[in-house]
Write a protein that binds this ligand. Structure first.
Ligand SMILES: Cc1cc2nc3c(=O)[nH]c(=O)nc-3n(C[C@H](O)[C@H](O)[C@H](O)COP(=O)(O)OP(=O)(O)OC[C@H]3O[C@@H](n4cnc5c(N)ncnc54)[C@H](O)[C@@H]3O)c2cc1C
Length: 311
């Protein structure tokens, strides 16, 4: 696009995970001129998931990659336009919304934010230095590098446990380091973890430092109950300590809670008319593919109604 020239759309969707792809399917099938802007892979977090067992319609489960591919194909079938760019800012221009990416800017009548979440960092010495060199936030991306290794995994929720189970395909031994004396994850994942001979659990424990030279050699772990500190040799550290919403670019534009989750009503409408939020980036109880897809459909429908009333 040449300097200053901007393309206008009925709807712009930011983010091409399950929420954004569903919203795109609905709006483009309703013949609304729609642009979807995605900086990473279509499918979002689904692309980092080995097997999805709880998305209806696939009784034997489906790989995250395949589900992503199918959702993208279905959304594109109805003429959804897509660009691979990073949205850095959204501004209001009267009742229009100006969406600024690193390369271009676009304008739309209705905006649907579907930017999901990113991995929260542990914030200990060594984490940054060894990121990509033994510290990982994605088992499906990096698991194969740790064949026959002894590794540490931090976390106690669903993501942590599903990733731990997946990693046992590769590693010799995996120790889950968890702050409390009980896991948060769904029972079925807990049962699988407790009966897996490759997995050990270290309760009431927290990593204080990740150490090594050109590769990771050990971690310093503190027992948060007794205060005892010990060094544990390890070849890798997988971190699953929660997720933060990717909503920085919309700060000051729409209402958010203290964690940066976008506040919406039940129709995915934000505090600004014509701006909707769907999926994991909004304040909600359950963050799953099924709920992201439901949000995407709701936000698209609400956006369509908003455009009808406006005309
Ligand atoms: C390891 C793991 C395993 C999981 N397993 C399951 C499971 O088995 N079943 C289940 O139901 N759920 C599972 N989930 C949760 C599920 O993947 C998410 O709830 C779902 O993907 C959320 O969809 P979303 O569209 O809201 O966001 P996301 O999937 O996070 O997609 C958001 C997209 O927005 C893009 N984006 C972000 N910011 C920008 C920007 N500024 N500009 C352009 N693009 C941007 C991102 O690149 C991303 O592709 C799992 C999650 C993880 C991390």
């Amino acid at each position: 696009m040449k300097g200053g020239e901007r393309k206008n759309y009925d709807v712009i969707i930011i983010g091409g995970g399950p929420a954004g792809l569903t919203a795109g399917l609905y709006t483009s099938r309703s013949r609304l001129n729609t642009l979807l802007i995605e900086i990473g892979l279509f499918g979002g977090q689904m692309t980092t998931t080995d097997l999805v067992e709880n998305y209806p319609g696939f009784p034997q489960g489906i790989t995250g990659d395949e589900l992503s591919r199918l959702m993208e194909e279905q959304a594109r079938r109805f003429g959804l336009e897509v660009v691979s760019q990073n949205v850095v800012k959204v501004k209001l221009e009267g009742d229009k919304k100006a969406v600024q990416t690193e390369e271009s800017s676009y304008r739309c009548e209705a905006l649907i934010i579907c930017t999901g979440t990113e991995y929260r960092k542990l914030g200990v010495p060594g984490e940054k230095e060894f990121a990509g060199k033994g510290v990982s936030y994605c088992a499906t991306c990096d698991g194969a590098f740790f064949r026959d290794s002894k590794i540490i995994l931090v976390g106690g929720g669903d993501s942590a446990l599903t990733e731990a189970l997946y990693l046992t395909k590769f590693v010799k031994e995996l120790t889950i380091v968890h702050r409390r004396d009980a896991l948060r994850a769904t029972r079925i994942y807990q049962e699988r973890v407790f009966t897996n001979p490759k997995i050990k659990l270290l309760w009431n424990s927290a990593i204080q430092e990740i150490k090594g030279d050109s590769v990771i050699r050990s971690v310093i772990i503190k027992n948060v109950k007794t205060g005892q500190v010990a060094e544990h040799p390890t070849e890798g550290v997988f971190l699953f300590v929660g997720l933060s919403p990717r909503t920085q670019f919309a700060k000051g534009l729409v209402q958010m809670d203290e964690g940066g989750n976008i506040v919406t009503d039940e129709n995915c409408q934000t505090s600004v008319k014509g701006i909707f939020a769907a999926g994991d980036c909004r304040k909600k109880l359950v963050r799953q593919i099924a709920t992201a897809v439901g949000d995407g459909a709701t936000a698209a429908f609400a956006a369509e109604k908003y455009l009808e009333v406006k005309e």
